[in-house]
Write a protein that binds this ligand. Structure first.
Ligand code: AMP
Ligand code: GLY
Length: 427
């Protein structure tokens, strides 16, 4: 198989590495890729958003399967463009991807299909939003409608914060058109988990569960980020709760998408809150999570290339049940100083090879670049350091041991990923 992976972060590095391990795969191409990916794939200088160019490339190079990492190309209709040309692709259609790209659409979709979620009101202006906030009381959650790089969700504790947030959305328009409409939502209490499920139009295959840590500082403090770390399994999502979520949340979503003519072949990622009343969906992504993918894929023992091809071509039934390693995986994100605010690029990175030699450790490049012979930082999230071991605690100890061997000026990380370790389980 010749496979094209679209994207260039830690998630795509993890995808490329798992594909590289498959005996079915002869060649991996990645657009645009990164220096870590370049060790296992040919990186092509095409941006993930250039969907026509990507389709031209896949056609010209006789690619057997294209796997899409980020949401941008999905929101632009990359799957539709490929399908039009009969090129196999792992990733949902533009209409199905709206489940991620518009919070207003997804909330209304949940209501139409009776999918358990937080109560919410869609608001297009300040007065309407003030009224909704009053109805829910504090804390309350405000969400920009459109894509905002994981930063468009605000948890509001007071009237003063609410007024400031509403000014940001509607007057200063910091999220641009993505914040023209907002969702004002009931604050749910419970524990979060990421539940990723493959769907090929007929069969659903749940992947190992995961949890990610979105806040920048230890103890879940500070602003939201793209993700500071993750572990698999999630712990809170035991086999019983996972099958409840599959039945009450994921399946009604797949059926709803189908009933509305929104074709979905790919991975649906449910951000769940496990409440006292059972699982509720907070949000969907129409793609693999980052950094969840970096801790989920290494636990899958089934052939990942075959698995993704089966999802793209309607043959997932061969993968029921999925074979999963009964071990735990922990990933710690090393970030640039200042992230998720402003940060500098170009700081030299040292100690990578030494860290990678530790048993069970795998390091994924998220935001790195080559500067001559040197590897330098080139993003907010720079590296994702993962370790796999028999227990969550052991995996966390190893991941931190590796993380501590890597150095760059201003390196920032959370110290509590997977703290309160839990036993691995088969889900
Ligand atoms: P989202 O992008 O919708 O997943 O939101 C980002 C983060 O905000 C989630 O991972 C939660 O930690 C938090 N969040 C979102 N919606 C709610 C809610 N209704 N109740 C409590 N926390 C929420
Ligand atoms: N881990 C959060 C995301 O991928 O959106």
């Amino acid at each position: 198989m010749k496979i094209l992976v679209v994207g260039g972060g830690g998630r795509e590095h993890a995808l490329c590495l798992s594909l590289h391990k498959s005996p079915q795969v002869e060649e991996i191409l990645c657009a645009p890729g990164n220096p870590g990916i370049a060790e296992v794939a040919d990186c092509l200088p095409v941006a993930a958003g250039d969907i026509v160019e990507l389709a031209d490339l896949a056609g010209k190079l006789n690619v057997d399967l294209t796997v899409v990492g980020p949401e941008l190309p999905l929101s632009l209709g990359i799957a539709d463009e490929f399908s039009k040309r009969q090129l196999p692709i792992f990733g949902p259609s533009r209409l199905a991807a709206q489940i991620e790209t518009s919070k207003v659409f997804s909330k209304e979709f949940f209501r139409r299909h009776g999918i358990p979620t937080a109560d919410a009101v869609v608001c297009g202006g300040i007065d309407e939003a003030r009224k909704a906030i009053k109805r829910f009381g504090y804390p309350v959650v405000l969400k920009a409608d459109g894509l905002a790089g994981g930063k468009g969700v605000l948890i509001i504790e007071s009237e003063e914060d609410a007024e400031r947030a509403l000014r940001l959305f509607f007057q200063e328009r910091v999220f641009g058109a993505a914040g023209d409409r907002i969702v004002v939502e009931e604050f749910l209490r419970g524990q979060e988990a990421s539940f990723l499920v493959l769907f090929d139009g007929q069969t659903a295959v749940p992947l190992p569960t995961a949890r990610d840590y979105k806040k920048v500082y230890d103890g879940d403090r500070g602003p939201n980020t793209g993700g500071m770390g993750a572990h698999s399994p999630a712990g809170v999502l035991n086999a019983e709760t996972a099958s409840q979520a599959l039945k009450e949340i994921l399946w009604p979503t797949f059926r709803g998408l189908q009933a509305e003519g929104r074709e979905f072949r790919g991975v649906l990622y449910a951000g769940l809150m496990i409440t006292d009343g059972g699982p509720r969906v907070l949000e969907y992504n129409a793609r693999f999570g980052d950094p969840e993918t970096e801790v989920i894929l290494p636990r899958i023992t089934s052939d990942v290339a075959e698995l993704l091809r089966a999802a793209a071509t309607g043959r997932l039934d061969k993968f029921v049940p999925l074979e999963v390693k009964n071990e735990a995986c922990v990933g710690v994100v090393l970030c640039a100083e200042g992230y998720p605010g402003n940060y500098e690029h170009g700081r030299p990175i040292h100690g990578l090879a030494e860290a990678a030699r530790l048993p069970g450790v795998e390091i994924f490049h998220a935001g790195t670049a080559r500067d001559g012979d040197r590897l330098v930082t080139a993003g907010g999230r720079v590296l994702v350091v993962t370790a796999m071991a028999a227990s969550m605690t052991e995996a966390a100890v190893r991941a931190y041991e590796a993380a501590d061997r890597i150095h760059f000026e201003g390196k920032q990380l959370r110290r509590d990923i997977a703290a309160g370790g839990i036993r691995p389980s088969r889900i």
